[in-house]
Design a protein around this ligand. Structure first.
Ligand code: 13P
Length: 249
């Protein structure tokens, strides 16, 4: 059985004081939860103080991006070694905002995924189609290309450390989520692709849905056959709403 996995993506929000206050509140609210994997992925500036707040709790820490090199002349970038050193367990890779605004290609995503795994960080790989692609009935094609490219050259043994987040672009930050059935169809398809490529181990992989997940709709997604959790944007910015999502019924 796969464990549910609820992760927050704070994007570019919160000063360190705000970050610490919210994390402290969250830790209190979810401390009894033992059957769900929980993580918050936060701006790099907040990682060090949050590592202290989250130490010895059931909330794991993640970053929102990384470079694939361990070190070097890459002004402004942050390496997997640094993330590991600071106490990160997860790192989001290939979020659509990175692909769109920072020109991240499928090839870049693949380099980052392999590097994260190499440094024992668990990648949360984001894939998803745009509205135009969806309207042209290209969802499966786009998602297949992104998933396959991201995992090119990844060893079967490393696959259990990987999470995929299916985030249709038109559902991100719009309040217009995919229906649970729509999202489940695509996620089921992703699992089939992974089974074809990697075999039975794909059954163990956690695949999340992301895009306007809120306390009021989380249970619909979690009731489906293949959706194992959520990558939550704006509703992860408040401890109470994120905790409600973590404690879905
Ligand atoms: P929202 O939950 O704000 O739609 O954001 C989703 C997302 O992009 C998570 O990575």
């Amino acid at each position: 059985m796969r464990r549910p996995f609820i992760a927050g993506n704070w994007k570019m929000h919160k000063t360190n004081q705000e970050a610490v206050e919210m994390a402290e509140e969250l830790v209190e609210l979810v401390k009894g939860v033992s059957e769900v994997d929980i993580a918050i992925c936060t701006p790099a500036t907040a990682l060090a103080p949050l590592a202290e707040v989250l130490a010895d709790t059931n909330v794991a820490l993640g970053a929102e991006n990384m470079h694939w090199e361990a070190e070097g002349a890459y002004t402004g970038e942050i390496s997997p070694v640094m993330l590991k050193d600071i106490g990160c367990e997860y790192v989001i890779i290939g979020h659509s905002e990175r692909r769109e605004y920072f020109n991240e290609s499928n090839e870049d995503v693949n380099k980052k995924v392999k590097s994260a795994l190499n440094y024992e960080l668990k990648p949360i790989i984001c894939v998803g189609e745009s509205l135009t692609q969806r309207e042209a009935d290209r969802t499966k094609e786009v998602v297949q290309e992104q998933v396959m490219a991201a995992l090119e050259g990844v060893a079967v043994d490393d696959l259990t450390a990987v999470t995929i987040a299916y985030e249709p672009l038109w559902a991100i930050g719009t309040g217009q989520s995919a229906t649970a059935e729509e999202a489940n169809q695509v996620i089921k398809y992703i699992r089939e692709l992974l089974t074809e490529k990697f075999g039975e181990v794909a059954e163990q992989l956690q695949i999340q849905y992301g895009g306007s997940v809120k306390p009021h709709n989380i249970s619909e997604f979690m009731a489906t056959s293949d959706i194992d959790g959520a990558l939550v944007g704006s509703a992860s910015l408040e401890a109470e709403s994120f905790a409600e999502i973590v404690k879905f019924e």
